[in-house]
Design a protein around this ligand. Structure first.
Ligand SMILES: Cc1ncc(COP(=O)(O)O)c(C=O)c1O
Length: 427
């Protein structure tokens, strides 16, 4: 259908509000926060509200052990310690990843070994991971990016065969499932982030906080001794006779969550199931309406996955060749003019091209130190990860909606169709 594109002076296809209309229960958050202020409870772990949140999150995930932390990256750092990672060990992380995910491992002196992502799921590619295992590999650290679930069967099988620990980055994946089981209740140990605030923050958000989940008592106790200095009752909780000999300061890090953050996160947790169901229903409605449109497809989800996707939103794989070489940037500009908030920068960070792996940075780690814990960092260059690098200009991001304005999904689908049908006018 020939129609004048909005970017060329036509009328925008989207006429209703394209924003998120879901409103978080702010009054409930204020009440929860004020109760703690009134009680004078602004610190503490292993007791009171922090303990209550841990019990509630445990029930939600269905796992045996939950430990709250002050951030997602400290939750993950505690997971690496729990896994026994140390200086000189290797861990495998997708190059389309996040330094905050593996900073804990990096600063211990463990060596990041990056792997490719799968071009359809945009998640760590299990076959590529397996090729990169060496005698030094100890941990695999995939990311359930934007709540899309990695191939847990393949990853757990690799870990079993090579005797590795799966440290899942579940920063975006609260409520995501694999085969009907929630992330955090399947692998060895998982770290969640509670950064931001609903609806665009992490699925369970409280400003800044993190959560460790595991079904393994030993991993739980190791995470706890690493980062919960002065947790109430910690020494009584510990069963490992070695860890029980520690003082109440444990190993000294005080990465406990702030009770005020957990008070807000508790409110967020209550609304999560409803937000996920609504988001998925809207995603599926949009997916059905654009399935036949050439040049654009939603990132694939594995059949066993239930992807929450409420943090970071939807990812599309764009094929410029299907639209006469139209760049992702120009395609998105045309969509933006139609009223669709699609961004061309959907891929994320490229880890192997960070300055620390590609540049000479004398003195960065201290005089005479070649890298963290005196271990040199690996060197990488452009071209080392051709599959992941080829996706740089091909992944688009759309926030998705929990509660869209009536008619919005229809209009977004029509807008995408309009731009694709008229792409020649943009060349
Ligand atoms: C993939 C991923 N991993 C880990 C983290 C770290 O979480 P936090 O910001 O709570 O430390 C984030 C934060 O955005 C993230 O996106």
């Amino acid at each position: 259908m020939a129609a004048q594109l909005a970017i060329l002076g036509g009328s925008p296809a989207v006429t209703v509000d394209a924003g998120e209309r879901y409103k978080r229960p702010v009054e409930e958050e204020k009440k929860a926060v004020c109760e703690l202020i009134d009680q004078g409870v602004l610190t503490g772990a292993g007791t009171g509200l922090p303990r209550q949140f841990e019990e509630e999150f445990k029930e939600f995930i269905g796992c045996k052990y939950v430990l709250t932390t002050d951030h997602g990256h400290t939750a993950l750092a505690s997971c690496y310690f729990a896994a026994g990672l140390g200086a000189g060990d290797e861990f495998i992380h997708p190059t389309i990843g996040y330094i905050g995910s593996y900073a804990g491992a990096l600063h211990m002196g463990a060596t990041p070994v990056f792997c490719e992502i799968d071009p359809k799921t945009l998640l760590a590619d299990p076959a590529d991971i397996e090729k990169r295992i060496t005698p030094k590999t100890r941990v695999i650290n995939p990311i359930h990016m934007c709540g899309r679930v990695c191939d847990m069967d393949a990853l757990l099988d690799i870990c079993r065969r090579h005797n590795l620990v799966l440290v899942e980055d579940a920063a975006h994946a609260h409520g995501s499932e694999w085969g009907g089981v929630k992330i955090g209740n399947l692998g060895h140990i998982a770290g969640f982030s509670c950064q931001g605030i609903s609806p665009r923050g992490k699925p369970v958000a409280g400003g800044e906080a993190g959560i460790v989940c595991t079904n393994d008592r030993e991993l739980y106790e190791r995470a706890l001794i690493y980062c919960h200095l002065h947790r109430v009752g910690a020494l009584d909780e510990l069963t490992n006779p070695v860890y029980k000999q520690l003082e109440p300061q444990l190993l000294g890090w005080k990465w406990r969550a702030h009770p005020l953050a957990l008070a807000i996160a508790r409110v967020s947790l209550k609304t999560l199931p409803e937000r996920i169901e609504k988001f998925i229903a809207n995603r599926e409605e949009l997916a059905d309406k654009i399935r036949d449109i050439p040049g654009l497809e939603l990132a694939h989800n594995y059949p066993k996955a239930k992807a929450a996707e409420i943090y970071g939103g939807l990812r599309f794989i764009y094929d410029p060749e299907a639209l006469g070489g139209l760049s992702a940037k120009r395609f998105c500009e045309a969509l933006n003019a139609e009223g669709v908030p699609m961004s061309p920068n959907g891929l994320g960070h490229i880890e192997h091209l960070r300055a620390i792996y590609t540049k000479d940075l004398p003195g960065l780690w201290g005089p005479g130190h070649p890298g963290p814990a005196n271990i040199p960092l690996p060197r990488y260059k452009k071209g080392d990860f051709p599959v992941s690098e080829s996706l740089v200009d091909r992944v688009l991001a759309l926030p998705g909606w929990i509660e869209p304005a009536p008619g919005l999904i229809d209009q977004v689908a029509l807008a995408i169709r309009k731009v694709v049908d008229n792409y020649r006018a943009l060349l």
